[in-house]
Write a protein that binds this ligand. Structure first.
Ligand code: ATP
Ligand code: MG
Ligand code: MG
Length: 550
């Protein structure tokens, strides 16, 4: 693929290997375990694991768990599962929290070099002292504390003598730097909370901007790939590596994050959707999480092909979510067995078909591809068809079933509608037809033609199924929602639940996450949460067609 073979990150790596800067590369994927991974993370995973594979290097899965408050082992486990499911394996699994001792030592080193100090400004004061883009900052009154004083105070911070927020450790760089990140950034803060890995050993925690470059350097990462918003932090990243006298010098490279239409892509927002009960957990099939996409029926191949197609660039953009659908269709088309399923059932009775008789029809799995084989489908006097395949008063150009009209039942016979049965409210409850035995599919019948073929399911042998159809969760392209908060852009009709039926033989051994192509209705996947022994629950992955082409 061109996008991949020519991306700018690869050019850097090729150059670093050719010039001998590195003999081999090490990349890392560094999620913070504060939520489930989403499709944006998939892009980063494909990139980091993909580069390591292509250049025969190594890749670390590193949990960037330096913030004790929001992190949880549930997230750690889900992240491991999701990376594996996408088809990747790491060379090493690390926790940034395992480096807390080293990070503390490095902070002490900075103090000793006169490059860090303990500050007691309040957050408001600190913001004020920091200045703005057009205005230089001013020095904190604590900036010129002696090394001894700083060492003692930092030690006492560590020993738990102060409350959260009372003191911080700041790097001593340059309060008038045009790069605001250089204006004495905070590198350690006090947080009296239990950490999922280190328990209560620490009550001070390193800030991301200090911790991340150290983590990369400790692991010998050669190319540290992150998203564009960290571009301004690169000088600070390099400062930390240099001033902490790290042996390995990693290089930070930024690329544009993935944004998708009709969804939100930040763990914080996704967590809000879960916590407020707007979705049915992190793996709700409407979520852009890896686990949600998996439960919906997306495949690792579809996701990785999508990530390859969008490529890596330096320019932020928003990708149409239909592009992901294109790739899952392309992947499922040859893989998912064909079956007939009726989503909104209407009873059809063939009055001239013997009562109690079931005949097994042999139906081709793919009319265009014999190698896909055939399957046996029961046929009988009572069937279900789609409600939309019948109209009592047909509109113009409606060629499906209506009183007096004849259609083909897919793989079976012609039927003609003779009578419409209604309940006391006038709703159609059954339609009565006659069939013509001469017209059996495959018999070579050419006597007359019909204009349409509809699918069906034999009623007495049908498998009861629940079909769950999805629409976008977030209507961010709706004009009336423009500029609104994402919680006000929620689509109230993102889930439709239908009780229908499907042909039995093909679904005989269907198990969770099995995929099927239901004739005319789309690709479906067996749900992991609601499927029971009595009832298969299907998530519609995507409808069959879309006008979208990448
Ligand atoms: P979020 O805002 O969704 O929580 P994050 O960047 O804070 O995302 P991390 O767990 O810190 O999440 O991210 C792990 C890695 O995944 C980082 O290297 C980050 O740059 C990358 N990443 C996160 N979101 C995206 C995205 N939308 N597109 C590409 N890469 C992403
Ligand atoms: Mg983060
Ligand atoms: Mg974030």
């Amino acid at each position: 693929n061109e996008n991949v073979s020519s991306n700018f990150i690869k050019n850097i790596i090729v150059n670093d290997l050719e010039t001998g800067k590195h003999d081999s590369i090490i990349t890392r994927f560094p999620p913070e375990p504060n939520g489930y991974l989403h499709i944006g993370h998939a892009k980063s995973i494909c990139l980091n694991f993909g580069l390591a594979k292509e250049f025969k290097g190594k890749v670390n899965l590193r949990f960037d768990d330096t913030n004790p408050v929001k992190e949880d082992v549930e997230y750690v486990n889900s992240i491991k599962e999701d990376v594996k499911w996408l088809g990747f394996d790491w060379n090493n699994l690390f926790f940034a929290s395992d480096y807390f001792d080293t990070m503390y030592e490095k902070a002490v080193l900075l103090i000793k070099k006169g490059k860090a100090y303990v500050c007691e400004l309040t957050p408001e004061e600190m913001r004020e002292y920091r200045g703005t883009l057009s205005e230089p900052g001013k020095d904190s009154p604590y900036r010129n504390r002696t090394v001894e004083e700083n060492l003692e105070l930092f030690e006492r911070m560590r020993n738990g003598e102060f409350k959260d927020g009372e003191k911080v450790l700041r790097a001593k760089i340059d309060m008038s730097s045009p790069n605001i990140n250089f204006r004495d950034p905070i590198i350690y803060r006090i947080a009296h909370s239990t950490h999922h890995n280190t328990g209560d050993k620490w009550c001070i925690y390193p800030m991301y901007a200090f911790a991340h470059p150290l983590e990369d350097a400790i692991e010998g990462i050669t190319h540290s790939i992150c998203t564009l918003e960290f571009e301004d932090q690169r000088p600070l990243y390099d400062w930390v590596v240099r001033e902490c006298e790290m042996e390995n010098i990693p290089r930070q490279i930024e690329f544009a994050r993935l944004n998708l239409t009709n969804t939100v892509m930040s763990k914080r927002k996704l967590k809000q959707l879960v916590d407020e009960g707007i979705t049915d957990g992190w793996d709700d099939p409407r979520m852009p999480t890896i686990s949600g996409l998996r439960r919906r029926g997306y495949t690792p191949e579809a996701i990785t092909n999508f990530c390859r197609e969008i490529g890596v660039s330096k320019a932020d953009s928003k990708v149409d979510s239909q592009m992901l659908d294109f790739f899952v269709r392309e992947d499922l088309q040859p893989k998912a067995p064909l079956a007939m399923g009726v989503l909104r059932p209407l009873k059809l009775v063939i009055t001239n078909y013997p009562e109690g008789q079931i005949e097994m029809l042999e139906i081709e799995n793919n009319a265009k591809d014999e190698t896909k084989g055939k399957r046996m489908v029961p046929f009988g006097r009572e069937l279900y068809i789609e409600q939309e395949d019948f109209m009592e008063e047909p509109v113009k150009k409606y060629f499906r079933l209506f009183p007096g009209n004849e259609v083909r039942l897919k793989g079976a016979y012609f039927v003609r509608c003779n009578e419409v049965i209604k309940d006391e409210n006038g709703n159609v409850t059954e339609i009565h037809c006659t069939y013509d035995p001469e017209t059996k599919s495959g018999s070579g019948f050419t006597g007359r033609k019909v204009k349409s073929t509809i699918h069906w399911v034999e009623a007495t042998t049908a498998k009861p199924c629940e079909f769950r159809l999805y629409e976008p969760l977030i209507l961010d392209d709706a004009p009336e929602n423009e500029g609104k908060h994402f919680l006000e852009q929620i689509n109230p009709d993102s889930l439709e639940i239908l009780q229908g039926f499907a042909e039995p033989t093909q679904l005989e051994n269907a198990k969770v996450l099995d995929k099927f192509q239901f004739v005319r209705n789309g690709f479906f996947s067996v749900d992991t949460k609601y499927t029971t022994d009595d009832k298969l629950v299907f998530n519609r992955v995507v409808p069959l067609k879309s006008s979208f082409k990448p």
